[in-house]
Design a protein around this ligand. Structure first.
Ligand SMILES: NC(=O)C1=CN([C@@H]2O[C@H](COP(=O)(O)OP(=O)(O)OC[C@H]3O[C@@H](n4cnc5c(N)ncnc54)[C@H](O)[C@@H]3O)[C@@H](O)[C@H]2O)C=CC1
Ligand SMILES: O=C(O)C(=O)COP(=O)(O)O
Length: 526
């Protein structure tokens, strides 16, 4: 089937060109209303966006074919990530492509405030030549308070140090070593507010950062502070900021981002000392080329090869790793399906163990595939993206174990499930490095290709049983494709995995259960 991507925001044409070069059909429709987007999103496997498209639950519900959302930029607050994850849609961004550009915009706004450039420009072009009205301040020697010292904050810090500013940063996740490396001082928020001549914000909008410059915190700032927000609206209380500008507590404020966007009206407009730009932080030709190329490459790698880069809701998997991992993920998913269908609700913990060649690979996708298979027992819409979340919701304790030991197989993936009956283990290998095969089933050596419709039967090993089983299936009109047997000991407990050509109705399961010596019968679907 043709792979189709929709670009729903203004994006450099290189993104569309890359999709086309890689054989993906692409439509460019920036500026759709939510209803228009909802009406067509069902036709697409991928959605490439910037900040204008809001990917809400309603959009995701209509996105029946969607596999990936690619954000050509950093912030993904316009995407309902939990809803996307729940529907198994990967969300990826381009975390570095526009950082320099955005840091430069923050520095530009800092200069704009220091020298009142927008007001001076407007006055001069109005023919006023007000040379004595616009007295500025120098940046040299001033203290810049950074709230958030991640990618963009760090770049702002290095530029500010180049401008001979002192930099103090509040960021709970900034390590002392990184602060030394950057040549900045790590401080608490109150100290930053007390000491900073300029404050710039560079955090995402979270429950912790929302309103971080609240009315109370603005009151703690050094009188005459100048504030720049190029990160996200909602970090500053806009009403309190207006009051602080009017009282002179804040000498200047420059906002590139607003609580409500597009911000076509704001109480801040017209306030003396207020400067604004319409979310232009990432808007340079360089940054837009970077993010467009990156998002298109990442989305194409995912849609065509299964490679996962910069995903917010899934572990990474390079496009080079993906083909090597593919047969392992198929094996892992089959093992997950088998153990989930046989043990069902009784599973409390899962340990995914790899040895031999499998131990040399990235274990996350293998575990993800086991969970996808296992959780698929409970829900039809499970995949690698939402399976770990669903497993967590069900309270499953998940572990990964990598063994260095040499085993009987050149490569092995085992799944151990903790149940009320103790730990139950199954394992599989790859024949010829590509064909998944079950090799161990609850302590019994057995070899089976887990595919199509199967029946799992546990019985007492005794002469004539297989004949009776074959007759019962034959009488029910069920054709046997393959028969895989194993047993713990002669005349002990035996296990059969029977591959059949059609559905196994409940009535047939009941008939099989009634056969002499049968202990368990579970119809399986792979
Ligand atoms: N105006 C624009 O056009 C653009 C805005 N942005 C925005 O800039 C922001 C920063 O982006 P990056 O630096 O790339 O992100 P990042 O993830 O590299 O850095 C964010 C930093 O914030 C810190 N942080 C998190 N919670 C915090 C808290 N409660 N208090 C203080 N610090 C906290 C983190 O530890 C991290 O170091 C994002 O919100 C992003 O969406 C990014 C690009 C363009
Ligand atoms: O990358 C980000 O976080 C941005 O805010 C940039 O937004 P934009 O792509 O310019 O709409």
């Amino acid at each position: 089937m043709t792979v189709r991507v929709l670009i729903s925001d203004q994006m450099d044409p290189r993104a569309a060109a890359i999709f086309r070069e890689r054989g993906i059909e692409v439509d460019e429709k920036p500026g759709l209303t939510p209803d228009e987007l909802k009406a067509i999103i069902g036709d697409y496997d991928g959605l490439a966006i910037r900040s204008a498209t809001k990917v809400t639950t309603a959009i995701l519900e209509a996105a029946t074919r969607l596999k990936v959302i690619g954000r050509a930029g950093i912030g993904v607050d316009n995407v309902d990530i939990p809803a996307a994850t729940a529907r198994g849609v990967v969300v990826m961004n381009t975390p570095f492509g526009n950082s320099i550009t955005t840091a430069e915009h923050a520095i530009a706004l800092m200069f704009a405030l220091a020298r009142q450039l927008p007001e001076a420009d407007a006055s001069t072009q109005a023919g006023k030549w007000e040379k004595n009205r616009f007295m500025g301040v120098e940046l040299t020697g001033k203290t810049l308070g950074l709230i958030g010292a991640g990618n963009i904050g760090s770049i702002v810090a290095t530029r500010a140090i180049g401008l001979k500013m002192k930099v103090a940063a509040f960021d709970p996740f900034l390590t002392p070593e990184r602060a030394i490396e950057l040549g900045i001082e790590k401080v608490e928020l109150d100290e930053l507010l007390r000491r900073a001549d300029f404050i710039t914000l560079h955090t995402p909008l979270t429950d912790q950062t929302r309103n971080i410059l609240s009315k109370a915190n603005l009151a703690k700032t050094k009188k005459g502070v100048r504030i720049v927000n190029c990160a996200r609206g909602g970090l500053i209380d806009e009403d309190a900021l207006k009051a602080a500008l009017e009282s002179g507590q804040v000498a200047g404020a420059a906002l590139d981002v607003f609580e409500t966007e597009p911000a076509t009206a704001s109480p801040l407009f017209g306030t003396p000392g207020f400067v604004s730009t319409p979310h232009l932080g990432a808007s340079t030709s360089e940054a837009q080329v970077n993010v467009a190329i990156q998002v298109a490459e990442q989305m194409s790698d995912f849609l065509l090869l299964g490679g996962v880069t910069n995903a917010i809701n899934m572990p990474s998997l390079t496009a080079e790793e993906a083909p090597r991992l593919k047969p392992y993920m198929a094996l892992a998913e089959k093992l997950g399906k088998l153990i989930g269908q046989v043990l069902g609700e009784d599973i409390r913990s899962v340990s995914v163990e790899v040895e031999g060649a499998a131990a040399q690979l990235n274990p996350k996708p293998i575990t993800g595939a086991v969970l996808a298979g296992l959780m698929g027992t409970y829900s039809q819409t499970v995949n690698m993206v939402n399976a770990p979340v669903l497993a967590k919701e069900r309270g499953l304790d998940v572990r990964e174990v990598r063994h260095d030991r040499e085993g009987d197989y050149h490569t092995l993936v085992a799944v151990e499930a903790g149940t009320s009956d103790g730990v139950r283990r199954i394992a599989g290998t790859l024949f010829g490095n590509k064909a998944p095969r079950l090799v161990e089933l609850f302590g019994v050596e057995i070899e089976a290709d887990l595919a199509g419709m199967m029946i799992y039967i546990v019985n007492k090993d005794m002469p004539g049983f297989i004949g009776k089983l074959g007759t019962a299936l034959g009488e029910a009109g069920i054709n046997i494709a393959t028969f895989n047997l194993g047993r713990r000991a002669a005349l002990g407990e035996a296990v059969a995995l029977v591959s059949v050509d059609g559905e196994v109705p409940a009535g047939v399961v009941k008939t099989l259960c009634a056969l002499d010596g049968v202990r368990d019968v579970v119809p399986l679907r792979f």
